[in-house]
Design a protein around this ligand. Structure first.
Ligand code: SAH
Ligand code: ZN
Ligand code: ZN
Length: 539
């Protein structure tokens, strides 16, 4: 998941008066970035779109100190206007009222234009794919009617599977929340709305904030705001911002924010926005409240944990796996081909969030939270350390628990084998070969001090245990090391890097590119391998 944050030398700059000075693109105020080249002290700053990382979608770019001509400013304004929805939210609401009063056979939806059509508009869409007889229950489930936006880079809409949606609602209503601020969670909003129809006595209210303005067709101004979560921008100005404030103040009941941002989004920008929301909420609480942070649930892949905790140190990542309906990989729940990497990050008390036993969760009384049943409590780390819900193993060398590896115990065997260059071709890990492998293991031990140091053949593929130390990949445990970058000569992994930055240990395959012998401490000379491909099951 490379994003701009990963480039290391591009950073987001937050300014106090950002909203006033930043130029605007069709997605609201742009964000100030700083790009630093190696060796430079001061980077160059530029403005770019907050929401789109793909230039094809929004190509806004301006150096911080750039003089922009009147003509260009005008053209920019025109462009921004032209990207506005065809109707205002108030107009959409009026259309909806009219639409709902039509007899069933006059209610059509244009699939091509993704719009509810009034009878007078049919002729303009005659060559389009239209659905007719749109029922009231269809109107209540816009997330089924609208096709999910499938733009990988910025606005991929991955809609919750019913199971995850219901789980979340049950948990939050069980905790006494009667208002949910849905940020980028249209399907969750929809479920809350539907439940409030069934449960009139104690309904939960919901306000959806989403950049997908198609939802304005279905919801009133107190139910939906056209909103950009990367810059906390309300497209309909004061009016929409007021709806947001009213929602937070209204009737004094407990409110929680649930956000499911696109996974490509910049964590820093999201964190900034959610802090602003929380801050607004805190100010509205008045002096009597001692709680300083708004209750929040941020739904995001587990490998963003460090960055999210960096924004919100009060958050905990829960083991609950969030499943999606229309995601090509993550839709089959815990038994699926690939399991969803998406988790809940929250400042709610973890022990209050009961994860269902029948879906494979248990309570850890030491950690005081529900964890995946396979997530074993490590007595050394004193925590249930697994991030992906599978059992993790404590690595004494790294001083922390790492991703599982079926063959972890054989790491030294493989290292020795790679080191001495024999037996490599037998190591293809199917059961029959284990016997042979174990035999080699034994031999290696016997021969260890006598065997000549030979090297793997260049071009051969070596199955191995790969330890990933951020940038550096080391093969085996100690002796053989490799550098991931193509073409660079092999370098031993510095002991420090090995200790501090180990991310995971797992099985994999390397293609031996070049082998050299390097001098070692004391007795044995060892082999360094430079590799071109590492084919492993890391995330
Ligand atoms: N799982 C959620 C949907 C998550 S998909 C559910 O089922 O309800 C991400 C959502 O964020 C989409 O609805 C998308 O329209 C919205 N989104 C994407 N970029 C956004 C932005 N810049 N500001 C606000 N919402 C955005
Ligand atoms: Zn534990
Ligand atoms: Zn451990």
């Amino acid at each position: 998941m490379a994003d701009i944050e990963d480039f290391g030398n591009i950073e987001v700059i937050f300014q106090d008066e950002e909203d006033k000075t930043a130029p605007r693109c069709p997605h609201g105020p742009t964000v100030l970035f700083e790009i630093k080249c190696k060796g430079e002290k001061n980077g160059r700053r530029f403005y770019a779109c907050s929401a789109c990382r793909d230039r094809k979608e929004c190509n806004f770019f301006q150096w911080e100190n750039e003089k922009v001509s009147e003509a260009r400013l005008l053209a920019r304004e025109q462009q921004n206007l032209s990207k506005m929805p065809p109707f205002s939210h108030a107009q959409y609401c009026a259309r909806f009222r009219e639409y709902a009063s039509l007899p069933l056979d006059q209610r059509r939806f244009c699939v091509d234009c993704q719009i509810l059509l009034l009878p007078g508009e049919w002729s303009g869409h005659s060559s389009h794919h239209m659905l007719s007889d749109i029922t009231v229950s269809q109107l209540r489930r816009p997330s089924l009617l609208l096709c999910p936006l499938e733009n990988k880079k910025s606005n991929a809409q991955y809609l919750f599977a019913d199971r995850s949606c219901h789980f979340l609602l049950n948990v939050l209503s069980g905790l006494g929340f009667r208002k949910v601020l849905c940020v980028g969670t249209p399907r969750f909003h929809e479920l809350i709305k539907m439940q409030s129809i069934d449960n009139k006595s104690d309904p939960i209210k919901s306000l959806l904030l989403d950049i997908d303005f198609r939802y304005s067709q279905f919801y009133g101004q107190d139910e939906f705001c056209h909103y950009n979560m990367f810059n906390h921008h309300f497209f309909n100005g004061e009016e929409a911002a007021k709806a947001f404030l009213d929602f937070l103040t209204e009737d004094g009941s407990k409110v929680v924010m649930v956000a499911d941002p696109p996974f490509g989004g910049l964590v820093k920008l999201l964190g900034h926005t959610f802090s602003k929301i929380s801050e607004t909420w805190r100010k509205l609480q008045g002096a009597e409240s001692s709680v300083s942070e708004m209750p929040m649930v941020w739904i995001f892949p587990y490998f963003f944990e460090p960055r999210i905790l960096n924004c919100f140190p009060s958050f905990t990542m829960l083991d609950y796996q969030v499943d999606y309906d229309n995601h090509p990989l993550y839709k089959h729940g815990k038994s699926g081909r690939k399991q969803s990497p998406v988790r809940l990050f929250t400042n709610l008390c973890p022990k209050d969030i009961v994860l269902p036993k029948e879906e494979g969760y248990r309570f850890c009384s030491i950690c005081e939270r529900y964890v995946s049943a396979e997530n074993k409590h490590c007595s050394i780390c004193n925590a249930c350390t697994s991030k992906n819900g599978k059992e993790w193993k404590h690595c004494p060398e790294c001083g922390k628990c790492v991703k599982p590896c079926k063959y972890a115990n054989f790491a030294s065997l493989l290292q020795i084998t790679v080191r001495y260059g024999f037996g490599v071709q037998y190591l293809n890990f199917n059961q029959l070969h284990w016997i042979l492998t174990l035999y080699w293991f034994y031999l290696c031990f016997v021969l260890i001090d006598f065997a000549p140091v030979s090297v793997p053949q260049p071009g051969s593929t070596v199955p191995c245990v790969v330890t990933v130390h951020s940038q550096i990949i080391s093969v085996g445990r100690r002796a053989v090391t490799a550098v991931e970058t193509k073409g660079t000569s092999a370098e031993p992994v510095p002991a420090k890097a090995r200790k501090s930055e180990c991310i995971s240990v797992h099985t994999g395959e390397i293609t031996v590119d070049r082998c050299t012998r390097v001098a070692t401490n004391k007795k044995t000379a060892y082999t360094a391998v430079s590799v071109t491909t590492v084919n492993s099951d890391r995330y």
